[in-house]
Design a protein around this ligand. Structure first.
Ligand SMILES: [Zn+2]
Length: 427
């Protein structure tokens, strides 16, 4: 295992779909045909190989590339070397995994079960593998960044995003998972041991950095958060020009907590009036920001009259604090209004975090494991609604996948040696 991991890091691995094993074994002895098949596959995907930055080799291999055949675990594998920058690409046929002890059909089942919320231990028993092998498999997927994989699918970098942190535990220590979601896909899933603005900034910066590398002109226009101070601060630092909104549904759920020492029917009535207020403000386009300011003012007076001066004052202070974030949501029609999709992503990841517990220690690969889980979240088809039956998050958001097979897609897209061809980068 150690040696295999080392080899894949020194080289760049690419997974190529040879359709069936027979085709692969027919091509394996014919150098020219083999390279042509690899090139045709790259062309069909719109992918290029990642050479060294200084390479003038044209981003692709030629028939003149050097190659070597090596035996790995009983199968002949090709290594192709760029004659210009001397980068070596290890060509893995689709029926071979980077983590070679596990057969792809076993990995497919085990990952699906993991994604479905079954513990690593239970998956391991079901598929006769070790829990550690499955853990490492997920971690291996996590070596490719979410931004790289999603842009390989042709998804544009997200302009309006949801950002929030999931609170969790590593053994007894509290930890946080800073997350960025756009629609049905997770663009960032980080891991921090502190809830400070500095810690969150460091995590979210990973996303910002990778995205800017992909597209130097990338700008986030709007971010919706739940209004947590550290989150807002880190977003302001990383995305200076972006509009920062506060989730309206979160506001609605927060109101009852601001109303103390009153009878529950009064609290419920006020909540439902607040709901109507936010709902009407959303419908009044154009004038709605002004309208919201007026309505909040009247509502705070109404709270003071029905629930007492103390509650009225508390609600007014809360409005002062949050209303800029609500205005931001209402002024830009493209801003997300609620963070529901982010909550759903967190709930899906939550179930798997429990599976981490046995592997949870301060020196563990939490970050890689989480990114691996996020890849599964983005690429495994889900059937929550008939409308998107058999589609994965990437497809729902308008991305294109290499094949119809989610597991093959996962293998191809998380291969380290691929990048999107520049011609298709800005489509
Ligand atoms: Zn090269």
């Amino acid at each position: 295992m150690g040696t295999a991991a080392k080899l894949t890091r020194e080289n760049r691995t690419i997974t190529i779909d040879f359709h069936d094993e027979a085709t692969y074994f027919r091509l394996i002895d014919d150098g020219r045909a083999f390279v042509e098949c690899v090139l045709a596959f790259l062309l069909a995907l719109g992918f290029q190989l990642i050479h060294k930055a200084t390479c003038r080799g044209g981003g692709c291999l030629t028939r003149h590339s050097h190659y070597a055949r090596v035996r790995l675990g009983g199968i002949t594998i090709w290594r192709l070397q760029c004659t210009t920058c001397r980068v070596v690409f290890t060509v893995l046929p689709h029926f071979v995994l980077r983590y070679r002890q596990m057969r792809p059909d076993v990995a497919r089942e085990a990952l699906l079960a993991t994604h479905g919320g079954l513990s690593l231990e239970r998956c391991a028993v079901l598929y006769h593998i070790s829990p550690m092998a499955l853990y490492r498999m997920v971690c291996a997927l996590g070596h490719q960044s979410l931004v790289c994989v999603l842009t390989r699918c042709g998804l544009p970098l997200p302009v309006y995003v949801l950002a929030d942190e999931k609170h969790s535990y590593c053994l007894t220590e509290k930890v946080y998972l800073p997350t960025i979601v756009c629609g049905r896909v997770i663009w960032h899933l980080g891991y921090t041991t502190e809830a400070s603005a500095a810690a969150f900034t460091q995590s979210y910066q990973e996303f910002q950095r990778t995205a800017s590398q992909q597209e130097p002109s990338y700008r986030v226009k709007g971010v919706l958060t739940d209004g947590f101070d550290s989150t807002t601060k880190s977003m302001r630092t990383l995305f200076p020009g972006a509009r920062l909104g506060n989730c309206l549904r979160h506001a609605l759920n927060k109101l009852p907590k601001k109303l103390t020492a009153i009878a529950s029917p009064i609290r419920q009535a006020l909540r439902s009036q607040f709901h109507t207020l936010l709902h009407r403000s959303r419908q009044r386009k154009g004038l709605r920001v002004f309208a919201l300011g007026q309505r909040l003012h009247h509502f705070a007076n109404h709270v003071a009259a029905t629930a007492g001066v103390a509650n009225g004052a508390r609600v007014r202070r809360w409005f002062q604090d949050k209303k800029a974030g609500w205005y931001a949501v209402l002024t830009d029609p493209q801003m997300p209004v609620t963070s529901t999709l982010l909550d759903q992503a967190h709930n899906a990841i939550e179930r798997k975090l429990f599976a981490m517990k046995g592997f949870h220690h301060p020196g563990g690969s939490q970050q890689a494991f989480l990114i691996g889980l996020a890849h599964l979240y983005n690429l495994v088809p889900y059937q929550r609604r008939a409308k998107h039956g058999h589609q994965c998050g990437v497809e729902v958001e308008g991305g294109t996948l290499p094949t119809n097979d989610w597991f093959l897609n996962l293998q191809i897209l998380t291969s380290g040696g691929f990048q999107r061809a520049p011609a298709t980068l800005h489509h």
